[in-house]
Each structure stands twice: as C-alpha cells, then as structure tokens.
Design a protein around this ligand. Structure first.
Ligand SMILES: Cc1cc2nc3c(=O)[nH]c(=O)nc-3n(C[C@H](O)[C@H](O)[C@H](O)COP(=O)(O)OP(=O)(O)OC[C@H]3O[C@@H](n4cnc5c(N)ncnc54)[C@H](O)[C@@H]3O)c2cc1C
Length: 167
C-alpha cells in the first residue's frame, strides 16, 4: 500500500495497525500502512507474544467447567481499573465495548479468519480473590494455535492481499 493518495494512513504495523489496515481496506478505503521498522517487524510485539486471547463465556471455558459471563468479566474489569474520575469516561466505555466483543462476536470473527484455539484456557492476570478483588476471577486466557504468529497471520494475509490487489 504505497500509493500517496490514501484515504487512511495507519502508523504502526503491529497487530493494532494490521487489524485497522485490514478492516479499512476491506471496507474499500485506500490505506497507507507505515512503520518505522522494516517488513521483518510486521505484527510487532504480537508476533513474539504467547497469543493469549481474552474471551468471555466461551465453549473452551464451558468444556472445562468454568462459569463465566459478560457481567462477571465487566465486574472484574471495573474492579481492577477502579475508574473513579471524570476523565475515566472513555476508558469505561471502552471496557464495556470490549467485554461485549469478547463475550460476543470476537471468537466467531477470529474463527472465520482461520484462527484456531488450543483447548486449554489459562489464567493470566489472575486475581485469586474472587469477583471483589482485582484481576480475572476465572480463567479467560485462550491460547491461539501457533501462538503469536498464529494471531498475526490472518491479518497479515488480509493486508498482503490488498497490497497485491493494489488497494
Ligand atoms: C513477549 C510478549 C508476550 C506477550 N503475550 C501476550 C499475550 O499472550 N496476550 C496478550 O493479549 N498480549 C500479549 N502481549 C502484549 C501484546 O503482544 C501487545 O500489547 C500488542 O501486540 C501490542 O500491539 P500494538 O499493535 O498496539 O503495538 P506494537 O506491537 O508495539 O506495534 C507498534 C508498531 O508501531 C511502530 N511504531 C511506533 N512508533 C512509530 C512511529 N513514530 N512511526 C512509525 N512506526 C512506529 C513500531 O515499530 C511497531 O511496529 C505480549 C507482549 C510480549 C512482548
């Protein structure tokens, strides 16, 4: 995506930039994706990550007997964040939107792109103090098959497809 007449310029080709670029290009926008690093850094930190994904009330959790819900996940997030200032308005809105996504279409959206999950759910950022303490009160760390590169791959593929089509 090197044409100068872009509708959207995305700065940073980490996972956030790749997702934004892929979604914008799929929506018909001409996207310029820039990064200070070379192409070998595509995917940024996510490539090197463990590929653990936050999902709420998933089939993987239920199979392991983990009882989760949108309400519990939002309660965990709010307790951990402790939003109590006027400027916390947008972070609070983001938390609600992200928990809705993680309890809703996130899993099927990723699956539709070919991302697969390992059938074990880990307990990262755990609280261990129940729903009233900070952290995840239940395991929510879903491990991507292929770890970090497995998370990056669908979005890199979509971005490269647009590059090849010249959009
Ligand atoms: C070892 C490791 C394991 C992890 N494991 C997990 C995990 O299991 N689960 C999880 O949810 N998270 C995990 N994380 C965190 C997660 O990987 C990151 O939060 C996420 O990938 C960040 O993505 P990003 O696109 O926002 O930023 P980045 O990946 O940091 O990408 C930012 C990009 O912007 C570019 N850039 C920055 N400034 C400029 C500039 N001025 N001009 C041009 N380009 C610029 C950088 O070169 C980079 O390519 C892990 C992180 C690490 C390091």
């Amino acid at each position: 995506m090197t044409e100068p007449n872009a509708d959207i310029i995305v700065v940073g080709a980490g996972l956030a930039g790749l997702v934004a670029a892929a979604e914008a290009a799929d929506a018909g926008k001409r996207v310029l994706l820039l990064d200070q690093e070379g192409e070998q850094n595509l995917g940024g930190q996510a490539f090197w990550s463990f590929g653990g994904l936050f999902l709420v009330d998933s089939p993987e959790q239920r199979r392991l007997g983990i009882r989760d819900s949108r309400e519990l996940a939002l309660s965990d997030w709010m307790t951990t964040a402790g939003f109590d200032r006027p400027e916390d308005h947008w972070p609070r809105q983001w938390a609600q939107a992200y928990v809705d996504f993680a309890a809703g279409e996130k899993r099927s959206w990723l699956a539709a792109q070919g991302l697969k999950l390992f059938p074990v759910v880990g307990w990262a950022e755990r609280g261990g103090q129940g729903a009233l303490g900070p952290g995840n009160s239940v395991p929510r760390f879903h491990i991507t098959w292929g770890t970090g590169p497995g998370v990056v791959e669908p979005f890199e593929r979509r971005v490269r497809a647009h590059l090849l089509s010249g959009r």
